[in-house]
Design a protein around this ligand. Structure first.
Ligand SMILES: Cc1cc2nc3c(=O)[nH]c(=O)nc-3n(C[C@H](O)[C@H](O)[C@H](O)COP(=O)(O)OP(=O)(O)OC[C@H]3O[C@@H](n4cnc5c(N)ncnc54)[C@H](O)[C@@H]3O)c2cc1C
Length: 414
């Protein structure tokens, strides 16, 4: 039995602590006054507000699925829904997701331009790209890039897409070739390959229910930001207590300042260069609609997505209103939010908003390798790490759970 400190009570910290607590003495430290991290929800006037996004669950990882359904009663506690996403074009046309399968719904002149783009792209051109902009232009053609991919992605990444490295993309985006795109359009293929083309959602309480269940029985100290962890061989001192092992599940960008007793000089520069974005999530009353996600490529409004959480579970709406969240990259002040909401379809009416500073890690060339070496070295001192902002990966909850399981296996085999 080891004495273990877990820092961070998001999905990663909670999964890790739950798995380890069977055979060890585990304490979880959480900076915020509630557990959940990015999956936190609040009730506002009875309706459920996902303070970041609108978290839904599914996975193609069998290990995660098996473990997950041991924690929950699938039939009693969850609903299974089909994704109904739509891209709301500036001219009001609504196209299902992914847009490249629905070219046949666009105006005739746009369809012809896209077909011409696709036919003019050679296979070699499609495969040899050096950055995100080039990838999107060569994979989908200039017309689709201009009307959708460029404006939508520029809103999320708030940068010139030619500066976004391709490493970030690996395994995260569909990569149809031009034959796939044309075939899918001729045959009106509906995409079922995405991990979230169907999804599970909690009947009550949204993703906070998930966090609360994973936290059951754990020793969790909320409102306890860990500002320093002191290594004095062979132990770690965290909040005046001694631990055999520490597992960090926060943002690795801030870790070098927290670690004391180990020379961090060679890592500081690399880790300080890591970049990430935050998200402002605005809780709104919305016009009733049948969608789960509404993507907004319109350059005139800054928001990039509406998540109709009111459709995920009837219990998410109270007082006869229909609710959802509107997302903006980075911090947006209330006056600007109010101005922006008037440009968004489905007539959103402001209820409240929250800002999460760490939501989207930006991977650069070499980030993965650098962090793997860092993790390997820190593990020799009994400091382990796992999570979206440790692996610097665009993890969904299932991937965060999977990474936590792997970290736990390593610790169990010590
Ligand atoms: C907009 C958006 C929408 C998403 N939608 C989905 C979805 O629908 N489905 C899905 O599966 N995934 C979704 N994800 C991904 C999902 O949110 C993440 O995979 C998951 O929440 C990551 O959990 P984590 O524990 O790694 O990180 P976090 O949730 O960020 O948790 C880290 C925790 O550590 C705490 N912490 C940090 N530093 C310290 C410290 N020094 N001391 C104490 N505590 C500390 C923080 O307060 C926080 O609670 C979405 C992500 C975003 C950004």
């Amino acid at each position: 039995m080891k004495k273990i400190a877990v820092i961070g009570a998001g999905v990663s910290g909670l999964t890790t602590a739950r798995l380890l607590s069977k055979n060890n003495e585990v304490t979880v430290f959480e900076a915020a006054d509630t557990i959940g991290g990015l999956i936190r929800c609040e009730r506002i006037n009875g309706s459920l507000f996902h303070t970041c996004g609108g978290h839904i669950f599914n996975t193609k990882k069998q290990d995660v699925l098996d473990w997950f359904w041991k924690q929950f009663d699938r039939d009693k506690e969850f609903r299974l829904s089909e994704r109904n996403s739509v891209i709301h074009m500036p001219d009001g046309i609504k196209l299902p997701y992914p847009i490249e399968n629905y070219i046949y719904l666009l105006p005739e002149h746009t369809q012809k331009a896209i077909i011409q783009d696709l036919l003019s792209l050679s296979k070699e051109e499609q495969q040899n790209c050096s950055n995100f902009e080039e990838f999107l232009q060569k994979r989908f053609g200039k017309t689709l890039y201009d009307i959708y991919f460029k404006p939508y992605n520029e809103k999320i990444w708030r940068s010139n897409l030619s500066t976004v490295p391709l490493d970030w993309l690996e395994g995260k985006l569909p990569m149809p070739n031009r034959e796939d795109i044309l075939f899918n359009n001729f045959n009106h293929i509906v995409e079922h390959q995405f991990v979230h083309s169907t999804f599970y959602y909690e009947k009550e309480g949204g993703s906070q229910f998930l966090a609360n269940r994973l936290a059951e029985g754990l020793d969790i100290r909320v409102s306890t930001p860990v500002a320093s962890i002191q290594y004095t061989k062979p132990y770690w001192n965290v909040c005046d207590e001694q631990y055999d092992v520490v597992i960090f599940c926060g943002n690795v960008r801030f870790l070098p300042e927290i670690i004391k007793g180990i020379n961090m000089q060679s890592w500081e520069k690399h880790i300080h260069d890591l970049q990430f974005h935050g998200t402002t999530t605005v809780f709104c009353e919305l016009e009733q609609n049948p969608y789960s996600w509404i993507y907004l490529p319109d350059k005139e409004c800054q928001a990039h997505r509406i998540i109709c959480t009111g459709n995920f579970a009837p219990s998410n709406n109270a007082n006869d209103i229909f609710t959802g969240t509107v997302e903006f990259t980075d911090k947006i002040e209330i006056e600007e939010i109010q101005r922006q909401l008037s440009k968004i379809p489905f007539n959103p009416k402001y209820i409240t908003h929250r800002y999460h500073p760490c939501t989207y890690p930006i991977q650069e060339k070499g980030t993965r390798e650098m962090l793997q070496s860092f993790k390997k070295e820190m593990a020799t001192y009994g400091l382990f790490m796992t999570g979206r902002f440790v692996d610097w990966e665009y993890y969904n909850m299932d991937a965060a759970m999977f990474a936590a399981m792997q970290t736990v296996n390593t610790i169990n085999n010590l």
